[in-house]
Design a protein around this ligand. Structure first.
Ligand code: TYD
Length: 214
C-alpha cells in the first residue's frame, strides 16, 4: 500500500508522515518512509540542484524533467522494491506535487503532466493521499521559521521565496485535485494541533484498510 502526504510548504506533512511511519512500525507492520525530491542516490543530487538558491532560475521545463527523473529513479530503486516486499510505503510528496506545482503553479497542461507522471511513476499510484490544507500565509510563516531554525535559508530556500500568489495557486490546485479524486484524497485542516491531525490520519487509514479488505 502506498500512502502519500501533500500540501503547501509548512503544512506539517513531514511531521505527520514520520508519526504515521513510527505508529505503523510500533504496530508490527513493515513500513518505509520516503520523500520527494530525494530518496535515491541520484535523487539526492537532483534535490540539491532543484532546491538550492544557487541554481538560480531553472526553466520550468527543465525543472519538470528533473522532478520526473527524480521520481523515475525513486520508484524503480526504492518504492517499487519496498512494495514488492509488502511494506506500507509513505511518501512525503509524490505525483500530485507535480500536477499542482508544475501544473497549477507553472502552467503546464494537466493531461500532459498526467501522462508524464504515469511514465515516471511506472503507474505506481497512491491508495490514499492526505492533503494537509493550510492558508498560504500561514504555511509561508511556518516554512520561514523552520528554515531559520534549521539554518537552511540559503541551501533550500528557493521555493519559499516564491510569491504569495504562487502559493495561493498551489493551495487552490490541491483543493481542486482533492475534489476530483474524492476516493483517494482525505483533506485535513492543518491549522489544528498536530495530535488532532494525527488522530484523523490514523482514523482515515484504518477506514481505508477496512474498505480495501472488505
Ligand atoms: P521540500 O523542502 O521537500 O519542501 P516541503 O517540506 O514543503 O515538502 O521541497 C520540495 C519542493 O519541491 C516543494 O516546494 C515542492 C516542489 N516540488 C515540485 O515543484 N514538484 C514536484 O513534483 C515535487 C515532488 C516537489
Amino acid at each position: 500500500m502506498l500512502i502519500t502526504f501533500e500540501g503547501i510548504e509548512g503544512c506539517g506533512k513531514s511531521t505527520q508522515a514520520r508519526m504515521l511511519h513510527d505508529w505503523i512500525r510500533e504496530n508490527g507492520q513493515n513500513t518505509l518512509l520516503s520523500r520527494e525530491p530525494g530518496s535515491s542516490p541520484l535523487g539526492e543530487k537532483l534535490r540539491a540542484i532543484l532546491l538550492s538558491q544557487e541554481s538560480g532560475d531553472i526553466s520550468p521545463l527543465s525543472e519538470l524533467f528533473l522532478y520526473l527523473a527524480d521520481r523515475a529513479e525513486h520508484v524503480q530503486q526504492v518504492v517499487g522494491p519496498a512494495l514488492q516486499e509488502n511494506k506500507i510505503v509513505i511518501i512525503d510528496r509524490y505525483v500530485d506535487s507535480t500536477l499542482v506545482y508544475q501544473g497549477y503553479g507553472r502552467g503546464f497542461e494537466l493531461p500532459f503532466l498526467q501522462q508524464l507522471n504515469a511514465r515516471a511513476s511506472s503507474h505506481v499510484w497512491p491508495t490514499l493521499t492526505f492533503l494537509l490544507d493550510l492558508p498560504p500565509e500561514e504555511g509561508l510563516k511556518r516554512a520561514k521559521n523552520r528554515n531559520v531554525e534549521n539554518a537552511i535559508e540559503i541551501e533550500e530556500g528557493r521555493f519559499e521565496s516564491e510569491s504569495w500568489k504562487f502559493h495561493s495557486k498551489i493551495r487552490d490546485g490541491y483543493l481542486e485535485l482533492a475534489k476530483q479524486e474524492e476516493n483517494r484524497f482525505v483533506t485535513l485542516d492543518a491549522q489544528q494541533p498536530v495530535e488532532l491531525v494525527f488522530e484523523s490520519v490514523k482514523k482515515h487509514l484504518m477506514e481505508k484498510i477496512t474498505l480495501t479488505q472488505a
